[in-house]
Design a protein around this ligand. Structure first.
Ligand SMILES: CCC(=O)NCCS(=O)(=O)O
Length: 348
């Protein structure tokens, strides 16, 4: 698309890629996550019903998905606005907002937040995981899904003229369902037409990312312009990780700030700590330094600073200084936070 080539599309319009600055490539500013509610562990039912107050946040840190109120990030626009102002003050320039159809994307609110804070916000086109697909979505052909995704980028989404600047996060579970496979194929077809960035939410199985790449590739997708999210909880074995890295997608460590003992979506996974995430970035700094992206993927209320969480500035304020003490140079940090996001987000 000639008008888009060489540009980045924010909710306020096209910008020159050099304007983005430091970029978090996977965040949510307003969304609902009720689709992924998990009943509390036996014996904790009453605790889960506690008022949503600071003295109960210790429990939410370990059980974020077992309290319905915690899943309603869309109720916190004012706190998110304050956080974005703090993010800007900390040196942040851009947020890629990954909320897609199924988890309450709210483009007018994103546009207002971008105006109020002067943080560039890039919205995502497409569909989240199968359980959020409506019956109408499930019945759509790959061609119809492609048209809908293309239209969200070229004309605007959700009945507005606010345009998405990338496709994703496209949700998949494990095993990948028929409806998710159709959406992946449509994503690849739309990417072929638009030359746009794509970002994927893989299912929680180490085999999921490679299977997704295979489906995208067979449908003509450009893997070099595709981000595989949530690597932190998906491929933990080093040999398997290096094998996957060879396929050529961006590798996104986007759960910075999430430290929990039991990962309730997959109890077999030991969620890494931030120190372990930094170590992984260190091990990737030669060879794959052009492929690493990082973010917090804030999607529940308890991760906001208002509730004692780490907030959207955690990487800039705490992780970058840690990286510098562990052998990642300032130019390498700049690659991860500025150059790699810019390259990924620029339309071909
Ligand atoms: C919509 C937010 C989201 O999907 N976050 C991913 C959470 S996890 O699967 O990595 O736990």
């Amino acid at each position: 698309m000639a008008e888009l080539t060489g540009k980045v599309q924010t909710v306020l319009g096209l910008v020159n890629p050099d304007q983005l600055g430091r970029t978090m490539t996977h965040e949510h500013l307003t969304m609902t996550f009720e689709c992924c509610y998990i009943p509390p562990p036996p014996g904790d039912e009453a605790v889960a019903e506690n008022p949503f107050q600071m003295q109960h946040m210790y429990w939410l840190r370990q059980n974020p998905y077992s309290c319905r109120e915690n899943l309603l990030l869309q109720q916190e626009t004012s706190a998110v606005r304050d956080e974005l102002l703090a993010y800007k003050k900390a040196g942040g320039g851009t947020i890629v907002e990954n909320t897609t159809t199924g988890i309450s994307r709210d483009l007018p609110t994103l546009k207002q937040l971008a105006k109020d804070t002067e943080v560039h916000i890039i919205a995502g086109a497409g569909y989240y995981v199968d359980c959020t697909h409506s019956e109408a979505t499930k019945e759509m052909s790959v061609e119809k899904l492609t048209d809908s995704i293309v239209s969200e980028v070229l004309h605007g989404a959700d009945g507005t003229d606010i345009r998405c600047g990338m496709i994703g996060e496209i949700g998949t579970g494990w095993p990948i369902t028929d409806s998710e496979t159709k959406v992946l194929k449509a994503t690849a077809h739309a990417q072929t037409q638009l030359g746009c960035p794509v970002i994927i939410h893989p299912g929680r199985n180490p085999a999921a990312p490679a299977e997704i790449v295979r489906i995208l590739q067979e449908a003509g997708g450009d893997i070099s312009k595709t981000v595989m999210s949530h690597m932190d909880r998906t491929i933990l074995n080093e040999t398997e990780l290096l094998e996957f890295a060879k396929l050529g997608s961006y590798l996104e460590y986007d759960l910075f700030g999430t430290e929990m003992l039991n990962y309730s979506f997959n109890l077999d996974v030991d969620m890494p700590s931030d120190c372990q995430r930094v170590k992984t970035c260190v091990s990737f700094r030669e060879g794959y330094e052009d492929k690493i992206l990082i973010a917090h993927d804030i999607h529940t209320k308890n991760r906001l600073t208002k509730y004692g969480g780490h907030g959207y500035s955690h990487i800039l304020k705490n992780i970058v200084p840690k990286m510098l003490t562990r052998g990642i140079s300032q130019p390498q940090v700049d690659k991860i936070l500025i150059d790699n996001p810019k390259r990924w987000l620029t339309f071909k």
